[in-house]
Design a protein around this ligand. Structure first.
Ligand code: SF4
Ligand code: SF4
Length: 355
């Protein structure tokens, strides 16, 4: 009997109604109950009460196949906190040497503060104190400062009152979602001490994780931070107003309920087109695109078809993982559509003398 894998109260909440099934991308792919939120909760219960042994292959497969997108949460009438259950499941399932080597390597890298600092310096991420007493602290993210340093520079240009301390580690979301929940909470608390006051982040996934550990009052995702500010100039493409669409960040939308704010900002500077599947995962899902590339690409392909059919110039992301996923997929197709982060697009719209 595995007894203590899950918080019993959380696990008992599911009433097996099935309302979550239509929202689940992996269930849509397979039509298999085991790949649905309800089916996975049944598996969790079987693990908890010992009906299934811990090394059961279905447990291993379904804990990995799940995107962790939390699309099952907002539609659940019983308030099941599925994201939290999945984190607990992976702590058990991926303990010790069972954790996928790639996930272990990535969490190891993200936990190295000196390496993150060096990455930020080399790649030219935003830095420096705010001119006046800071209104908030801009978080640089672990992989964002290496892959997309222009995002933090754009965010800082949109709000120069933000301080950007160079000494800041990883928020721990990567760890929490990949079998190291304790490490993820420790890193979030450490970052909370390094960035006192309000933490402003350009990553929806980091915002949700930080809010779960430090409390929502300490954390603001960029679109909520900028909400209500005066619009930039109109963004134009080929002599006309740009047509843009948004890919939601799953954890920002399903975990924090933030989806109206980025859309409102985009409507101020461009013609906004809503994708039918904007709220559905793009397949990036943290490390998912690296650990399960075939499944990730299958999910992405349908999304890219939609983006191209929408006739937009730009698709906007509010999370670095989604940005990487969309950019990679669009480049692979040699698509004319460009993927940008919300901060980059707004900074571009705020620059009236651009060519
Ligand atoms: S987190 Fe996403 S993929 Fe996993 S069960 Fe919920 S809806 Fe399905
Ligand atoms: S909607 Fe909620 S209560 Fe209903 S089956 Fe899904 S997780 Fe369980």
């Amino acid at each position: 009997m595995s007894g203590d894998v899950f918080d019993p109260e959380q696990l008992s909440r599911c009433i097996s109604c099935g309302f979550c099934l239509p929202a689940c991308p992996t269930y849509a792919m397979t039509g298999d109950e085991a790949s649905s939120p309800r089916g996975r909760i049944t598996l969790m219960r079987a693990l908890q009460d010992g009906t299934l042994p811990p090394d059961d292959p279905t447990l291993a497969e379904q804990s990995s196949f799940c995107l962790g997108c939390r699309a099952c949460e907002p539609v659940c009438p019983a308030g099941v906190q599925y994201g939290s259950l999945l984190e607990q499941w992976r702590v058990h399932q991926w303990r010790g040497r069972r954790r996928p080597p790639l996930a272990r390597a990535l969490t190891l890298v993200a936990g190295q503060r000196w390496l993150l600092r060096l990455l930020g310096l080399v790649r030219g991420a935003a830095r420096g104190p705010a001119a006046a007493p800071p209104t908030g602290q801009l978080m640089l993210g672990c992989f964002e400062r290496g892959l997309y340093p222009g995002v933090s520079r754009a965010a800082r240009s949109l709000d120069p009152t933000l301080a950007v301390p160079a000494a800041q580690g990883c928020c721990g979301a990567l760890h929490a979602h990949n079998g190291d929940l304790a490490g993820g909470e420790r890193l979030a608390r450490g970052l909370g001490e390094e960035l006192p006051g309000t933490i402003v982040t350009t990553s929806g996934g980091c915002a949700a994780h930080l809010a779960s550990v430090l409390g929502p009052q300490r954390v603001r995702e960029l679109s909520t931070w900028l909400a209500g500010r005066p619009p930039g100039v109109e963004l134009r493409v080929a002599g006309r107003r740009a047509r843009v669409t948004l890919q939601d960040s799953c954890h920002l939308r399903n975990g924090l309920g933030v989806f109206a704010e980025p859309r409102a900002l985009l409507r101020q500077v461009a013609d906004y087109v809503e994708l039918p599947s904007a709220a559905t995962c793009c397949g990036a899902a943290g490390t998912y695109s690296l650990l399960r590339p075939k499944d990730s690409r299958r999910i992405l392909d349908g999304k890219l078809d939609e983006i191209e059919a929408a006739g937009v110039d730009l698709v906007v992301a509010v999370n670095p993982g989604c940005l990487r996923q969309l950019r990679t997929g669009l480049r692979r197709r040699r698509s004319a559509v460009r993927a940008v982060h919300l901060a980059e697009l707004l900074a571009e719209a705020a620059t009236p003398d651009r060519p």
